[in-house]
Design a protein around this ligand. Structure first.
Ligand SMILES: NC(=O)c1ccc[n+]([C@@H]2O[C@H](COP(=O)([O-])OP(=O)(O)OC[C@H]3O[C@@H](n4cnc5c(N)ncnc54)[C@H](OP(=O)(O)O)[C@@H]3O)[C@@H](O)[C@H]2O)c1
Length: 283
């Protein structure tokens, strides 16, 4: 059996490889990377490295040769639909028998700036006829790091998402789930909603207080005040607008998912919010 992980020099791909090595022989693992120099440590671990880009079909053709099971990590927004089409088409051509694809929480029921590409890709994979599991990832807790670090200084955790909930979990936990599904060692449904316990920003502020032993309260701001607050934390306007866009989709309830899938895939409980914060913020 051969297992190929795309996005192998990225955060999620790196974690997935770490866990996959515990589940299958390293000699059967292939990493797809864009930049071979970034993959030096993967090679040192005995992982076969192949170079390819979602935008370059010839490179994918070569990279997918002889691959049985594929962990397809979504690329960056931009030209994603064309790039993802290349990946699925070349996987089909190469005879890949299974794809685990990192999708978006509740992808078929929401419509936002991130979900469209994931809906598109899920449909592509379905139409390809390749056996699959959609890993519908909720939000990485790590995404909140700038707001959390600012809160540790100011005592206020800013958001603009009202009392909507998010299913935060650690990136390494999404990586572990992806590796377990890719390994094929357990039966998995074709869709898994990988969401942590739903929490509001108020609850996140409470967990940060506990984790840091500092008094921290949540501050729900209107859009303009949120932009000003984030810029005041040193982020440029474009980044502040990007974060506001995410706050809007959270406020709309797009990351509200109640599911036990994550812990069922992992076979153990998720890290608590408080412990997750200690881990990512070194508290
Ligand atoms: N659920 C969430 O909270 C959340 C948040 C952010 C992003 N995401 C999505 O989840 C994915 C994985 O997250 P991450 O944190 O691991 O992101 P990351 O660290 O940016 O890693 C993305 C990986 O994809 C590779 N990649 C990007 N475009 C590619 C292309 N055209 N061809 C081949 N490889 C390509 C990158 O290669 P290089 O190493 O060469 O750059 C990198 O290895 C992201 O790409 C994004 O689609 C999810």
């Amino acid at each position: 059996m051969t297992y190929l992980v795309t996005g192998a020099t990225g955060g999620l791909g790196g974690y997935a490889l770490e866990y996959l090595k515990k589940l299958v022989p390293t000699s059967e693992i292939i990493a797809l990377v864009r930049n071979e120099e970034k993959a030096a440590t993967l090679k040192e671990q005995g992982i076969t490295v192949r170079v390819g880009d979602y935008g370059d079909t010839e490179s994918l053709k070569a990279a997918f040769t002889g691959v049985d099971r594929l962990l397809f990590i979504s690329g960056a927004p931009g030209n994603r639909q064309a790039e993802h089409s290349n990946v699925v088409n070349e996987a089909k051509e190469a005879g890949v028998s299974f794809i685990a694809y990192t999708s978006f929480a509740n992808a078929n029921n929401v419509d936002n700036m991130l979900s469209t590409d994931h809906q598109f890709t899920e449909q592509l994979i379905e139409r390809s006829g390749i056996d699959h599991t959609f890993l519908r990832n909720n939000w990485y807790l790590e995404n909140e790091t700038p707001l959390l670090k600012a809160a540790l200084h100011s005592g206020e955790l800013d958001s603009s998402a009202g009392d909507a909930t998010v299913g935060w979990a650690l990136k390494r936990e999404y990586g572990e789930a992806a590796a377990r599904v890719l390994s094929g060692q357990q039966d998995n449904p074709s869709i898994v909603e990988l969401s942590g316990q739903p929490h509001t920003y108020t609850q996140l502020a409470e967990a940060l207080s506990q984790a840091s032993s500092k008094a921290i309260t949540a501050r729900d701001l209107d859009d303009q005040a949120f932009i000003e607050a984030v810029k005041g934390q040193g982020l440029p306007e474009s980044a502040a607008n990007g974060i506001l866009g995410i706050q809007h989709l959270i406020k709309a309830g797009d990351l509200v998912v109640e599911s036990k899938d994550f812990e069922e895939v992992l076979g153990h409980p998720l890290t608590s919010l408080e412990d997750g914060l200690k881990e990512i913020l070194d508290l």
